[in-house]
Design a protein around this ligand. Structure first.
Ligand SMILES: [Zn+2]
Length: 113
């Protein structure tokens, strides 16, 4: 139920933002979730459906943007997509790289009323 606690904190963040804007409803919610964040997209979607019940987000349209993980090779400097942090560089097969994206877990934007 890892995803459920994440869903609950996403709802809390969105609600506090909505309150700051003196809104009563969140109508749209955009999330950025990286493919290396360790989150199951389907599980998060299901968890969010439950977590938004009886909150300001109950009628919100929730969009989850999958952020493809990318890395830059420390040896040859090329940038490439990775599916795990152990993927070698496709050009020089170097094993060391810096992760550029893919660990995101954040609220990108929300629309309130
Ligand atoms: Zn390389």
């Amino acid at each position: 139920m890892h995803e459920f606690s994440i869903a609950v904190s996403i709802v809390e963040i969105a609600e506090s933002e909505a309150r700051k804007a003196k809104a009563s409803t969140v109508t749209e919610l955009d999330l950025d979730i990286g493919t290396l964040s360790g989150i199951e997209f389907y599980a998060l979607e299901t968890a969010l459906e439950m977590a938004i019940k009886k909150t300001m987000l109950e009628k919100a349209q929730v969009r989850i943007n999958k952020v493809q993980a990318t890395a830059r090779c420390q040896d040859c400097g090329s940038e490439f997509d990775i599916s795990s942090s152990f993927d070698p560089c496709p050009k020089c097969e170097g094993l060391y790289h810096d992760i550029l994206s893919g660990k995101e877990l954040k609220v990108r934007s929300l629309v309130v009323e």
